[in-house]
Design a binder for this molecule. Structure first.
Ligand SMILES: O=C(O)C(=O)C[C@]1(C(=O)O)C=C[C@@H](O)C=C1
Length: 283
């Protein structure tokens, strides 16, 4: 049976994404994103599912950086799921919100609820955990007046009460998850794909006027539609960046080799990180 790793423990959004996307698979939880990616890299599991980007808070930088710098694995699919953040407390909590001393959650989840926390729990201290599931686990093991931010699955898994539903600050909240695997055909997703995408990693030769413009022009005149461009530090010194470019079409043998050759002629390094279907899911 295919073994799928995910950012755990039980009750995370990543686990929700895995449960929604796959049927009849064996799952294994990992405490951190790097541990999950490493397990695929070292063939301990077949597939890894990790968060990539949230509509409110943006990119999960650890995922991008670890994939690029530490363990290059092909992206074989993308899963997009709606994210609803709830405030979770122990079942016997009966006090006012202002009496909650500490809130636990993943930094991305806390960031999605900043306005709510600022307005309703201004005195509470924030504690960042490795995932929302971990935060729920901490609250379930504590006798103190603390709360977690997480989903309905976490409330169920850890026997917590949902004190307040949908506390994220903007309604259209979604997260993109990457499916990573060495074998493209191993991860059978039980839904119809919405679209297909290709992700490319581009490094510029040096900092000169118009360099990025030239890179973008190679896509523009071929009418290749980009859905995202993001720069991240190369970690080699201030001012050195790589770019992740998402192209809204599957890899083909004409446009992509053409754009790659053109960019390489400019002195860029170009790597295709994956060409993959995108699955938009309802939970
Ligand atoms: O902590 C979790 O539950 C996760 O799956 C991680 C994660 C993230 O990294 O963005 C996933 C979705 C939500 O946006 C909040 C947290």
């Amino acid at each position: 049976m295919v073994k799928i790793g995910y950012l755990g423990p039980r009750g995370t959004f990543t686990k929700l994404a895995v449960d929604t996307a796959f049927n009849g698979v064996d799952t294994q939880s990992f405490t951190t994103i790097p541990e999950c990616i490493d397990a695929v890299f070292h063939d301990q599991i077949d597939v890894g599912v990790v968060p990539l980007e949230n509509a409110i808070e943006g990119t999960v930088q650890l995922t991008v950086d670890y994939l690029v710098h530490q363990a290059r694995l092909p992206i074989v699919a993308e899963i997009v799921v709606p994210i609803q953040q709830h405030l979770l407390v122990s079942p016997d909590f009966s006090k006012d919100l202002t009496e909650v001393s500490n809130v636990y959650s993943h930094s991305h989840a806390i960031a999605q609820c900043h306005q709510f926390l600022h307005l309703h729990m201004p005195e509470a201290a924030f504690n960042f955990t490795s995932s929302t599931g971990k935060a729920a686990e901490i609250v379930s093991n504590s006798e103190q007046e603390i709360a977690a931010i997480g989903n309905t699955l976490a409330a169920k898994e850890y026997g917590l009460k949902i004190y307040k539903e949908n506390i994220h600050d903007y309604p259209n909240n979604h997260t993109r998850f990457l499916v990573l695997a060495k074998d493209k055909n191993i991860a059978a997703i039980k839904h119809e794909a919405e679209t297909e995408k290709t992700s490319m990693l581009i490094t510029l030769p040096s900092d000169y006027a118009g360099a990025l413009h030239q890179v973008l022009a190679a896509f523009a005149w071929r009418k290749m539609n980009l859905s995202k461009i993001e720069s991240r530090p190369m970690k080699t010194g201030l001012g050195n960046y790589f770019f992740i470019v998402d192209v809204n079409q599957p890899y083909d043998e004409v446009l992509f080799p053409g754009v790659k050759a053109e960019l390489e002629a400019l002195g860029c390094n170009v790597t295709i990180l994956g060409t993959y279907p995108v699955y938009q899911m309802d939970l």
